[in-house]
Design a protein around this ligand. Structure first.
Ligand code: FAD
Length: 362
């Protein structure tokens, strides 16, 4: 139950993979903590992904800390539904204290602590870990003419499968993994055009998500700077050639056009005046971090991000962010990568809390 009088050590916001990974390490450290989740069912965003979506890594390379993801019978690359049941079983296995539905509406400072306001009560915590993901903040670029196009405009977040587009002319925008995977199946039932801001980059066919974890880690270490924006799945720009993408590429369905300059009432128009009529524009143009609930603790920049050192907010040292993209930890927005950042963050927090308890400081 929420308690104003007895603050808890840590409140985690969000029970997706990032929040659960934090929960695993908090449980192991013996911390007094709670996980608050807005949804009324487990699985984070995975139950909301389209039915045919497949992971870009096998189950054994998509595990959270402590417990292997079981294989999905008959599939090397698990489905989104399989991941959702794994996350559901994971929170039961480790008896994680998830409260749902409990959407955090607002956070505020309170005498050296942080107070979280939810629909069902108020929580007072010494530290807050926000792990609310990006799915609820789809991003669409500000292309002229979006308000005059008379056809349908959708975002990846609206996509449930190819059937509803049968026989239609669809322009898919975006050069990442979601666009490539959606195009692969859409192009079997619809007339598709692919528009990308830069030529899409395909990883070599023998590289999948297993290697991406290592690549992301090296890139982050080499660059030593935060990514300015979410680029495709998990902040990794390059396209993994999963079986459906390979098949579509061999069919010739993955030839990209440059990005168009504007939309007209009936289609899209390139800078040189070339036009293409279409029924649907599908924006596979990424997501922004879901951080509105923390706006009063730290300012958000034009990408919806806040300044961090590691996972700690620069403006509010009692606040940590987990899992939003490489800017909150290399590969931290992947299943396999969530553990590393969560472990370091929990160690930092519990170390500080122990010190504060020993020295009587806060
Ligand atoms: P989420 O899963 O979005 O969970 C966030 C949780 O926070 C939700 O349960 C939500 O209800 C809750 N929440 C939000 N706001 C509040 C609030 N104010 N108060 C309380 N609760 C709140 N990764 C891989 O490793 N392999 C893949 O193959 C892969 N494929 C992907 C394909 C797609 C199309 C996408 C979009 C992502 C993919 N990813 C993949 C990346 C990543 O693993 C997922 O995005 C993952 O869901 C992110 O987990 P999360 O815990 O950070 O956020």
């Amino acid at each position: 139950m929420p308690t104003e009088e007895h603050p808890i050590d840590v409140a985690v916001i969000g029970a997706g993979q990032a929040g659960l990974a934090a929960g695993y390490f908090l449980r192991r450290a013996g911390a007094d903590f709670v996980i608050l989740d807005a949804a009324d069912r487990p699985g984070g965003s995975w139950p909301l992904y389209w039915d045919s979506l497949r992971l870009f890594s096998p189950a054994a390379h998509s595990m959270l800390p402590g417990w292997w993801m079981p294989e999905e019978e008959g599939h090397e690359y698990p489905s989104a539904a399989h991941v959702a049941s794994y996350l559901s079983a994971y929170e039961r296995r480790y008896d994680l204290p998830v409260h749902r539905p409990a959407r955090v509406r607002r956070a505020e400072r309170a005498d050296g602590l942080l107070r979280l306001h939810t629909d069902t009560g108020t929580w007072l915590a010494r530290r807050v870990i926000s792990a609310t993901g990006t799915w609820n903040a789809p991003h669409t670029p500000d292309v002229p003419g979006r308000d005059v196009f008379a056809g349908t405009q959708l975002h990846t977040a609206d996509y449930r499968g190819p059937q509803e587009f049968t026989g239609q002319r669809v322009v898919v925008v975006g050069g990442g993994n979601s666009a490539a995977q959606i195009l692969a199946e859409l192009s079997t039932v619809a007339t598709t055009t692919w528009a990308t801001a830069r030529p899409p980059r395909f990883l070599p066919d023998d590289i999948d998500g297993r290697a991406l974890f290592a690549i992301a880690t090296r890139a982050q270490q080499a660059a030593g700077r935060r990514a300015s924006e979410q680029q495709g799945v998990a902040g990794l720009g390059d396209i993994v050639v999963v079986p459906s993408v390979r098949e579509a590429r061999e069919r010739g369905a993955l030839k990209a056009e440059p990005m168009f300059a504007r939309l007209s009432r009936t289609g899209v128009v390139w800078a040189d005046g070339t036009t293409l009529e279409c029924d649907v524009v599908l924006w596979c143009t990424g997501f922004r971090p879901v951080l509105d609930h923390l706006g009063s603790l730290a300012p958000l920049d034009e990408h919806g991000q806040m300044a961090v050192e590691g996972t700690r907010s620069v403006a509010e040292p009692r606040l940590h962010l987990l899992g939003y993209g490489d800017w909150t930890g290399a590969a931290s927005a992947t299943l396999i990568g969530a553990a590393r950042t969560a472990k370091a963050t929990v160690a930092q927090i519990t170390g500080e809390l122990e010190h504060e308890a020993r020295t009587g400081t806060a």
